[in-house]
Design a protein around this ligand. Structure first.
Ligand SMILES: [Zn+2]
Length: 207
């Protein structure tokens, strides 16, 4: 208590800008090895539904998605630029559908989540995302409302420590400087990783 926190982030505000990749590891023979890079890259949450690792049991529910499916582009199976960090629900729903690419389109211009947990498409890309990923099904609406209401009530009652459990970063931020891919097209990204920023005291408490 007594800690000064910035305005509480909105957990379902999609980014307005396309995702700009910070990392570029190369040379792994198994795409699972990209996982710590992708966790950091996409801030420990699903790029499509914004569900966070910290809201569930991480190891059971998180996948690496090949944006262009492996069947369509086998040569890109180990291409970091083709990999996304997603929840298993979005991964299985996306399947072979061609959905908008979060690295090309700012989803904040496509989708808007309301305070009751419902979601609206703002353009054609948003309609595709909602249709293929079924972001407007009852389960998603109920889940978003649960999170939004909980966060709002914790903020109102000043329960900062619990709020941090919901909106803080995971404890196990990966130390990317310890990893040894055979190459990295963006080596400068390691110093901008969440772990490095936390070590320098630069990482916000909530996001
Ligand atoms: Zn998802």
């Amino acid at each position: 208590m007594g800690r000064k926190l910035n305005a509480t982030p909105q957990p379902f505000a999609y980014p307005l800008e396309p995702h700009l990749r910070r990392h570029g590891p190369l040379g792994y023979k198994d795409y699972g090895k990209f996982r710590p890079w992708l966790r950091d890259e996409f801030s420990f949450r699903c790029v499509f539904c914004l569900r966070r690792e910290t809201w569930g049991v991480k190891h059971a529910n998180w996948d690496i998605d090949h944006f262009t499916p492996q069947m369509a582009a086998p040569l890109r199976a180990l291409d970091y630029e083709n990999l996304l960090y997603v929840c298993s629900t979005c991964n299985s729903r996306k399947s072979i559908h061609l959905v908008p690419n979060p690295c090309k389109v700012g989803f904040g211009n496509c989708l808007e989540v309301r305070s009751d947990g419902t979601i609206q498409a703002l353009n054609v890309e948003g309609e595709l995302l909602i249709e293929f990923l079924r972001l407007d099904d009852d389960d998603h609406i109920r889940f978003r409302r649960l999170i939004i209401d909980t966060v709002q009530s914790l903020r109102k009652t000043g329960q900062t420590e619990t709020l941090l459990l919901w909106l803080g970063y995971p404890q196990d931020l990966p130390d990317l400087s310890k990893l040894k891919p055979t190459g990295n097209t963006k080596p400068e990204g390691v110093a901008q990783s969440h772990y490095a920023r936390r070590m320098r005291g630069e990482l916000p408490e909530m996001y």
